[in-house]
Design a protein around this ligand. Structure first.
Ligand SMILES: Nc1ncnc2c1ncn2[C@@H]1O[C@H](COP(=O)(O)OP(=O)(O)OP(=O)(O)O)[C@@H](O)[C@H]1O
Ligand SMILES: O=P(O)(O)OC[C@H]1O[C@H](OP(=O)(O)OP(=O)(O)O)[C@H](O)[C@@H]1O
Ligand SMILES: [Mg+2]
Length: 395
């Protein structure tokens, strides 16, 4: 059992964080692995809170929650590093760290579901988690605001899957599944899932009434073969785990598409000093980086009589218009004692996917000496997401 003791002011109760498996007798929470906060000493008056100690609102530091382990952890640190927001962690077993670029910010490493819970309880201000986790544990709470909805990693979908064999052999859609005569009040469709909020909600919204759910923390794909469930509702990425366990997805059975998102507490952004400014800076850096990684800078030389004439040739090609149009500068050389500009250097940004097409078009209009370099950031005047966030906050 993991115990961490926080002794507060004399008149306030002692707060103990305890893995909730040990607290199930008193807990009214649905969660089977949450950290609950118990107030003692009166054993007859034990409160299970889903979060914060009363002192947390007095803190001055801004707190960002990052996944402490699992598949999101490394990619999150890598993304921040690429945004020049490297996380400085003294050692991997320490759960607190800092981002020297952002003053007054503490990074706390937590399990993704605990990041969502702690945002809700006010113990964290910002966090990075998968949309699936946010939706499951946030349960549509209005305090949670998605600041950036597409951090471009952790891609997966939450899907219903059924066996490829037996009575399911010819079932390929949610509609067909729901119409199977096998499911009755006495013998409902048994679904194994770790998504105990989203699962029932999805089934209700799709009119499946004769359904029961069982839960497990992992390896759900084994449940149908073990005879524990008829179907599973779990995350799918490559589809390999489903295939290897003779399961299949069905049409209409996708609950949500997920990737990593930046989420913030509305209350924190409005009430806590500096949270909104820090959110702005993180958002700007993320957006500028993510916009840049899809693009290359292309430089080429081109013979021409004037910058305008070269510009006309460049703009005649569909893949060469750049972000706002080409930058064209004269390349000066000395001929017969006179400085002239027969050549022009053009600089454009090109989507990575369109690189080869762009080079072909450059050659077709007389481009030579083509140089390709990666882009680090593209900062626009103002990010649309920032404007959207301010309007969401009523600012
Ligand atoms: N197969 C996958 N491919 C891509 N992303 C995934 C995949 N599975 C999960 N994810 C994303 O990564 C997040 C973290 O998943 P991870 O497996 O690390 O932790 P977990 O399963 O939620 O927790 P646990 O430590 O209990 O296994 C998920 O919430 C989801 O957003
Ligand atoms: O479609 P795929 O690429 O095969 O990925 C899907 C699997 O990945 C996740 O499990 P994870 O590896 O996180 O193991 P877990 O069950 O212990 O969480 C998810 O729960 C699926 O089982
Ligand atoms: Mg997992």
């Amino acid at each position: 059992m993991n115990l961490s003791l926080q002794l507060h002011l004399q008149c306030t109760p002692l707060h103990i964080l305890v893995k909730s498996a040990t607290a199930t007798a008193t807990a009214t929470t649905r969660s089977w692995s949450c950290y609950a906060s118990l107030s003692i000493p009166q054993p007859s008056n034990i409160n299970v809170l889903n979060g914060s100690s009363p002192l947390s609102s007095e803190r001055k530091e801004i707190r960002l929650g990052l996944p402490s382990k699992g598949r999101m952890s490394n990619d999150t640190l890598e993304l921040l590093k690429n945004c020049q927001l490297s996380v400085k962690q003294v050692n991997p077993r320490q759960y607190v760290a800092e981002i020297p670029q952002l003053s007054n910010l503490e990074v706390w490493f937590q399990r993704p579901k605990d990041i969502v819970r702690k945002l809700l309880s006010g113990d964290l201000d910002l966090g990075i988690v998968g949309l699936d986790t946010l939706s499951e544990y946030g349960q549509g709470n209005e305090d949670l605001i998605i600041v950036h909805e597409a951090l471009e990693y952790g891609d997966c979908r939450l899907s219903l899957a059924i066996p490829q064999y037996g009575i399911f052999e010819n079932i390929n859609s949610l509609e067909e599944l729901s119409k199977m005569p096998q499911w009755t009040e006495d013998k409902p469709l048994r679904v194994a899932t770790g998504f105990n909020y989203l699962g029932p909600k999805f089934m209700r919204e799709n009119g499946l009434t004769h359904v029961t759910f069982s839960t497990a923390d992992g390896a759900l794909e084994a449940a149908p073969a073990m005879g524990i469930a008829d179907a599973i509702l779990d995350l799918v990425s490559s589809g390999t785990t489903l295939r290897e366990n003779n399961l299949k997805e069905i049409e209409g059975g996708t609950v949500l598409e997920s990737q990593a998102v930046l989420v913030a507490s509305r209350k924190s952004m409005i009430q806590r000093t500096g949270v909104l400014e820090t959110t702005h800076e993180i958002l700007e850096r993320l957006e500028a980086h993510l916009r840049a990684i899809g693009q290359f800078t292309v430089t080429a030389n081109m013979r021409g009589s004037s910058a305008e004439e070269v510009a006309e040739r460049v703009l005649s090609q569909p893949s060469l218009s750049g972000l706002q149009g080409p930058t064209i500068s004269p390349v000066f050389c000395k001929r017969d004692g006179k400085v002239t500009a027969d050549y022009y250097a053009i600089v454009i940004c090109v989507p990575k996917k369109a690189l080869y097409k762009s080079i072909q078009q450059l050659r077709a209009i007389g481009g030579s000496g083509v140089l390709i370099s990666p882009l680090t950031y593209i900062f626009d005047e103002e990010t649309p997401r920032w404007r959207q966030l301010l309007s969401e906050l009523g600012l």
